[in-house]
Design a protein around this ligand. Structure first.
Ligand code: FE2
Length: 309
């Protein structure tokens, strides 16, 4: 069973315990979330001015949008204000920045069906983030930038939590995938040939689906081990959303987290998580229990294959 908690009063420790058990937590109105969304709307509005960002797919071709976003998304991600917003949000909702590490936030763009859906705007099929190297402690925070609706958001498959779902995560190596990031333009046309872990049998028409629609200024938190997907966007407007991922140091040390019943990928994303208070990474000793011996060496070798062109 998946419980959905709306504006709960419990603290961060209790929240993590419930999220690792498959619950989803929604906060409907948080000033710090609204501030991050407003900051992001400002940057996107400036980027596309004088056009309306939510109908930008009518102005530019998929190829032009790919070029614009390949330039823009890293600029937004690495703007120091983005990480400051992440820290403010986590603190506002009871998280301790001294004990919590976060990965850089991601900006997602989901264009209406038929538009750009590969590479820089990849429309994720059903997956667990843990099939992509996410650690068992990963908590995802997902928030809309403009108002979203049930026809342009994401959905959960709650029956899949903690269950074995046949999948191809065994073909996925986190360090190889990191090398692909440098070639995102190669995958932003009709030929996204990267390995994307997914259920071998897909998601059946009878599957139980859960769609939560947080309002603008709201957020939903869920385990990286949840089975979920982007919904094909049939709304006619572009969806912009922000997500970021956090892990708690105490749980990383204790080995506490989500069940990860069917995860077979190689490598871990844990090195991407930096302490919110000062940006410190995990030590190799802290990462070692989550990594495969020798995988880091593979990572070093793989970087040589990143083309410079
Ligand atoms: Fe995901």
């Amino acid at each position: 069973m998946v419980n959905v908690h709306i504006d709960p009063a419990f603290d961060d420790a209790e929240r993590r315990r419930r999220i690792y058990a498959g619950d989803v937590v929604v906060y409907s109105s948080v000033p710090e979330i609204a501030a991050f969304a407003e900051f992001t709307r400002g940057m996107i509005t400036e980027l596309f001015a004088p056009h309306d960002p939510i109908s930008i797919q009518d102005v530019y071709s998929p190829e032009e949008l790919a070029d614009i976003l390949i330039d823009f998304k890293p600029r937004w991600i690495h703007d120091p204000r983005s990480m400051e917003h992440v820290r403010d949000i986590v603190r506002a909702l009871g998280g301790d920045p001294e004990r919590i590490h976060a990965d850089v936030p991601k900006l997602r763009t989901a264009f209406p069906q038929g538009g750009l859906s590969t590479g820089i705007a990849y429309a994720f099929q059903a997956h667990r983030d843990t099939w992509y190297g996410a650690p068992p402690q990963q908590v995802n925070w997902w928030m809309p930038v403009w108002p979203v609706a049930e026809d342009n958001i994401m959905e959960f498959y709650p029956r899949g939590f903690g269950m074995h779902v046949e999948n191809n995560s065994g073909d996925y190596n986190y360090y190889v995938a990191n090398a692909w990031r440098g070639r995102i333009k190669d995958f932003s046309g009709g030929m996204d040939v990267r390995v994307h872990p997914a259920p071998v049998d897909g998601i059946g028409p009878d599957e139980v689906r859960l769609t939560l629609v947080p309002p603008q200024g709201g957020v939903m938190l869920f385990s990286g081990d949840q089975l979920h997907a982007s919904i094909p966007n049939t709304s006619g407007v572009t969806r912009y959303s922000i997500d970021f991922r956090v892990v708690h140091v105490d749980d990383v040390h204790a080995g506490v987290g989500a069940p990860m019943t069917d995860v077979a990928c190689t490598g871990t994303a844990l090195r991407d998580f930096k302490r919110l208070s000062d940006g410190a990474p995990f030590s190799e000793d802290e990462v070692a229990p989550y990594d495969v011996e020798g995988a880091a060496a593979v990572a070093g070798g793989v970087k040589e294959f990143v083309p410079t062109a």
